[in-house]
Design a protein around this ligand. Structure first.
Ligand SMILES: *[C@@H]1O[C@H](CO)[C@@H](O)[C@H](O)[C@H]1NC(C)=O
Ligand SMILES: *[C@@H]1O[C@H](CO)[C@@H](O)[C@H](O)[C@H]1NC(C)=O
Ligand SMILES: *[C@@H]1O[C@H](CO)[C@@H](O)[C@H](O)[C@H]1NC(C)=O
Ligand SMILES: *[C@@H]1O[C@H](CO)[C@@H](O)[C@H](O)[C@H]1NC(C)=O
Ligand SMILES: *[C@@H]1O[C@H](CO)[C@@H](O)[C@H](O)[C@H]1NC(C)=O
Ligand SMILES: *[C@@H]1O[C@H](CO)[C@@H](O)[C@H](O)[C@H]1NC(C)=O
Ligand SMILES: *[C@@H]1O[C@H](CO)[C@@H](O)[C@H](O)[C@H]1NC(C)=O
Length: 582
């Protein structure tokens, strides 16, 4: 199989075959990049005030008052965890001095010329507010440090370079507040909040894991236990490597087990009661209310090469454009679904709601034939062209479905067949605010009612559709997906009761090796399309506080009540209907 072959090559252990030529080229590239680097672009102005919260994310605190101890800065940079501790212990209102520029990191000498380029430490009393950076500053980063990346330079395909420095930019902008769904990070980690996580617990999670990921000093190491279905593991690891490029040196050391299979496996019921043991922490893509698996963004955010689903960043733009092409009023007044019905009984049940000579439930459903579509170049499965109906049905497959985000992004009303599973963002969606709930035990009638109701309440329905697509466009853009990963992994790492070390059988992973070793094809293309080119010039957003017992209960109650209300309307309408026909 082409895929697994590529993977094996990718994970191959480091071999000490670093030719001097390679070193020379890497150094040359770096000197080139650092010389052409415009320092003023990334350094905050002297008046930048940085809040206590940001200091937390800043992997060093500037007690450094001059530039002649960069060597220690490098040590600090390569052990972010210890620095995080130091920083959180420190007084809150301290200002940080910008980190020396990438050049400083590369050369790591006490070059006196550097002193001129680093602005003075801002005075404690400077009150001037910093200029507000434009919202798109990240999209036009011409002047920001760019990672050199070229598979034909040096021999990037061979090893992850030991000498590869961690380029670093200062924050010119704080990340703002995280979307509310980040609160669920606290919930997912709650089982270990009191006890912490021991190595023993992590090893217990190995039973079903596809791989173990260890991050030490900002570098990723992977021990593979079993290849996942399709390219799930590859793109998940790719995503984590991109996170490391986005926030170099900021991710604390950690050690985790990841299971790429659909269904959650850590049953909550096994860890309850008087003699309950602590559950093993296991990462996967979805959970349900009976399980304790920790949910993590799925591979499709970086691409699903087997079915030609592009990386989320570009797809999100296309969906936005697609929405402009046909406005809601011009869309077909039916509920649309297209997918693979074979994976779940509930989907086969949905096919019964299709329009026929005898009955019209207002549903237009289609079975996706991936084989024939792959032969036709996937023209008919282009997601951005699927926003043509006023109503779109979401129904789970064998577990949660990655299609949730594509459907919600459509501006149409999402008809959400009662789900069992959640992924990292869906728990925050509210019925009648972001979607319309559909019963799973009476789908056809429920869909018919929703469509009839919607066609009679066009304004309200458009509002709900818009709320969902705004949620997806704003709160689920790639920036936040990375921030979610960042916070989840950071919070998880805080719970570890041991210092992670690189396992004997693990191999180092880096973007260069992974992408350059990939054969030309969709997988490589998606990697190149989703590669993070610049370190972020923003801090990650700041986490919302956890739910307390009362706020969590009231949130769940609110959702339940809204669903009940819709079911009551449905029931009344059916009663009326039967009355008329009596
Ligand atoms: C530089 O840092 C090292 C390691 O932290 C320390 O031992 C040394 O004294 C420092 N030198 C100066 C000049 O501050
Ligand atoms: C670095 O600076 C220190 C003190 O300023 C000086 O003694 C030392 O020679 C310098 N090292 C280099 C490599 O320039
Ligand atoms: C990569 O490097 C090769 C050889 O130096 C050069 O010909 C090519 O244009 C570079 N590609 C990119 C995308 O910079
Ligand atoms: C890069 O590595 C490959 C495989 O080890 C080798 O065949 C090739 O000659 C190397 N190229 C350079 C420029 O070192
Ligand atoms: C819990 O452990 C105690 C002492 O070992 C034992 O007597 C008791 O039966 C256990 N309870 C349960 C529910 O297993
Ligand atoms: C549903 O009905 C439409 C219109 O008759 C038809 O084109 C489509 O193939 C049907 N879907 C399935 C799964 O039978
Ligand atoms: C059902 O019929 C009653 C009386 O005719 C009417 O007031 C009510 O609005 C109807 N309900 C629905 C959901 O159509």
């Amino acid at each position: 199989m082409k895929r697994s072959e590529a993977d094996t090559r990718c994970w191959r252990p480091l071999k000490m075959r670093v030719v001097p030529l390679f070193l020379f080229l890497v150094v040359t590239v770096f000197i080139y990049y650092s010389l052409s680097f415009d320092y003023s672009a990334i350094l905050p102005t002297a008046s930048d005030s940085i809040s206590a919260k940001e200091i937390l994310y800043f992997p060093f605190k500037s007690k450094l008052t001059n530039t002649d101890n960069l060597t220690s800065t490098i040590e600090i940079l390569s052990s972010p965890k210890s620095v995080l501790t130091t920083i959180s212990d420190s007084a809150s209102n301290e200002k940080v001095r910008p980190f020396p520029t990438p050049k400083a990191i590369v050369t790591a000498t006490n070059d006196s010329t550097l002193a001129k380029k680093v602005p003075p430490v801002p005075s404690k009393n400077s009150q001037k507010t910093p200029p507000v950076p434009s919202k798109n500053s990240q999209k036009t980063p011409q002047k920001i440090f760019q990672y050199p990346f070229n598979c034909s330079i040096g021999n990037q395909t061979q090893t992850c370079s030991e000498k590869f420095p961690l380029p670093f930019t200062t924050d010119t902008d704080d990340g703002g507040k995280c979307p509310d769904y980040f609160r669920w990070i606290h919930e997912d980690l709650r089982p270990w909040r009191k006890t912490g996580i021991t190595m023993d617990l992590v090893m217990k999670a190995r039973r079903t894991a596809n791989f173990r990921l260890v991050i030490v000093n900002g570098k990723a190491y992977v021990e593979t236990y079993g290849k996942s279905f399709q390219s799930r593991d590859t793109f998940t690891l790719w995503g984590i490597l991109q996170l490391l490029r986005r926030y170099p040196g900021r991710l604390p050391d950690l050690d985790l087990m990841f299971d790429c299979v659909d269904w959650p496996v850590i049953l909550a019921s096994h860890y309850r009661g008087p003699n309950a043991t602590i559950p093993p922490p296991l990462f996967r893509y979805c959970g349900d209310k009976w399980s304790l698996d920790i949910v993590f963004p799925d591979w499709s955010f970086w691409g699903w090469s087997e079915i030609n689903i592009k990386p989320w960043d570009s797809l999100l733009e296309e969906l936005k454009e697609g929405n402009k092409r046909i406005n809601w009023m011009e869309r077909e007044p039916y509920a649309y679904w297209k997918g693979n019905p074979i994976v779940a009984e509930t989907r086969q049940d949905l096919l019964k709601c299709n329009v026929s000579d005898k009955q019209d439930w207002n549903a237009r459903v289609f079975a996706q034939d991936w084989l024939s579509e792959s032969q036709k170049g996937y023209e008919e499965s282009n997601l951005a062209n699927q926003c043509r109906h006023r109503y779109k049905i979401y129904i789970e497959g064998s577990a949660w479905s990655v299609s949730d985000k594509y459907i919600l992004a459509c501006d149409s009303l999402t008809l959400l067949v009662k789900p069992r599973y959640y992924d990292f963002f869906t728990r925050n969606l509210v019925p009648v605010q972001h979607y319309w709930p559909i019963r799973d035990d009476d789908k056809c009638r429920s869909i018919k009612f929703a469509v009839d109701w919607g066609n009679n309440h066009k304004k309200k329905v458009q509002e709900i559709g818009k709320a969902a697509s705004s949620f997806i466009q704003d709160d689920l853009r790639m920036d936040y997906v990375y921030d979610y990963m960042f916070h989840l992994l950071s919070e998880y790492s805080k719970l570890l009761k041991y210092k992670p070390t690189v396992p004997r059988k693990a191999v180092e992973l880096c973007s260069e090796v992974m992408a350059c070793r990939e054969k030309d094809g969709l997988q490589k293309k998606f990697m190149m399309d989703s590669i993070v080119k610049y370190p972020s010039n923003k801090s990650p957003c700041s986490m919302p506080s956890p739910f307390n017992d009362e706020s969590l209960k009231s949130f769940v109650r609110k959702k339940t009540n809204l669903i009940k209300q819709v079911e009551t309307w449905e029931k009344k309408s059916q009663d009326n209907h039967t009355n008329i026909h009596r």
